[in-house]
Design a protein. Structure first.
Length: 330
């Protein structure tokens, strides 16, 4: 660990210890979804899937999210269970996406998840989005996602590597969900990823591990019309996105049989301007289709330049037994 990593880890440890001493409890069950690395691991699809399962078994879930890059400060209601009440600039892209996908679910944004939860009027279970490092609120289950395409990188802490925390902190997790394990890594998947990162396996890690995949389901126009995936099989596709893991989006598109002839990757949570869309249209050349992610299309759906853009809808599929473990039903 170099001096910069050491300073970062010292600050994080102080923050964790201070927050844990003041940790507060909600009066309802709390499930946290997060990760230990920077960048995208598929947290939002899992949060959506958990909320959908909660609804299916008759519960009333509420999602508590930080709402990254949303300009509204303090706790605020993104959705009361009837679709988004705020736009992307106010709430952030992921809260609006969740509100669109989960019209029956309360979505509340705020940096202090305890204060945000006080706005809920109906929840009997809370789902925390991107909260493994939100130490100030007690949770009943901590779920950590690990992207097998990226693993733990070089095994070093930010800014020298992709880790938000030392790998030893994985021992805090109750459940690890591995995503994009298309290479069918062995059962000791965390050991394998640690070895690749030349990092020690976390001592005392007895966490349950489940494997999940992101499955493309269909395409959708900016007007909300669904189109079957078969239309892009063998077709030239130009892709663009502003997400934490653009390579994963490219690979998912290729899995549909599309020929990805070009791709433009923007920073995560990018806010598109007209000049960006004009460049995308120009770069797409002779591609038959221009495709982006759900997270990106909600930021451009009102722009006439995006009329020909489609988004790829993805569902979260996970090993049997995962939901029974999380929700405690037989």
């Amino acid at each position: 660990m170099n001096i910069i990593e050491h300073v970062y880890n010292t600050g994080l440890t102080l923050k964790r210890n201070r927050a844990m001493k003041r940790r507060r409890h909600l009066c309802r069950r709390v499930i946290s979804v997060g990760n230990i690395t920077l960048g995208g691991t598929g947290k939002t699809p899992l949060v959506i899937a958990l909320a959908q399962e909660a609804l299916r078994i008759g519960m009333r879930p509420c999602i508590l999210t930080r709402g990254y890059r949303g300009k509204t400060r303090g706790p605020c209601l993104v959705s009361s269970g009837n679709g988004p009440l705020m736009d992307v600039s106010e709430a952030g892209d992921e809260p609006v996406l969740m509100a669109l996908r989960l019209p029956q679910v309360e979505i509340i944004k705020g940096p202090d998840r305890y204060e945000a939860a006080q706005l809920s009027r109906q929840a009997d279970i809370f789902i925390l989005d991107d909260a493994f490092q939100h130490f100030a609120l007690h949770r009943d289950i901590d779920i950590v996602l690990v992207d097998c395409l990226r693993g733990f990188g070089n095994g070093r802490l930010f800014p020298a590597g992709p880790l938000r925390e030392p790998l030893a902190q994985l021992a805090r997790a109750n459940i690890i969900v591995t995503t994009r394990n298309d290479n069918n890594l062995d059962n000791n998947i965390i050991t394998t990823l640690c070895n690749k990162a030349r990092a020690a396996y976390p001592a005392g890690l007895t966490t349950e591990i489940y494997n999940a995949q992101h499955r493309p389901t269909c395409l959708r126009t900016t007007a909300g019309k669904d189109i079957p995936l078969s239309v892009i099989a063998g077709q030239g596709v130009f892709a663009f996105c502003g997400i934490g893991n653009p390579d994963a989006f490219r690979l998912t598109l290729q899995s549909t049989g599309a020929d990805v002839v070009g791709m433009a990757a923007f920073p995560d949570h990018h806010r598109y301007r007209n000049c960006d869309l004009k460049k995308i249209l120009k770069k797409s050349g002779n591609a038959q289709w221009i495709i982006t992610t759900e997270k990106d299309i909600i930021k451009i759906r009102q722009n006439p330049l995006a009329e020909k853009v489609l988004c790829l809808l993805i569902d979260f599929e996970i090993d049997g037994g995962f939901y029974k473990r999380v929700f405690g039903y037989d």
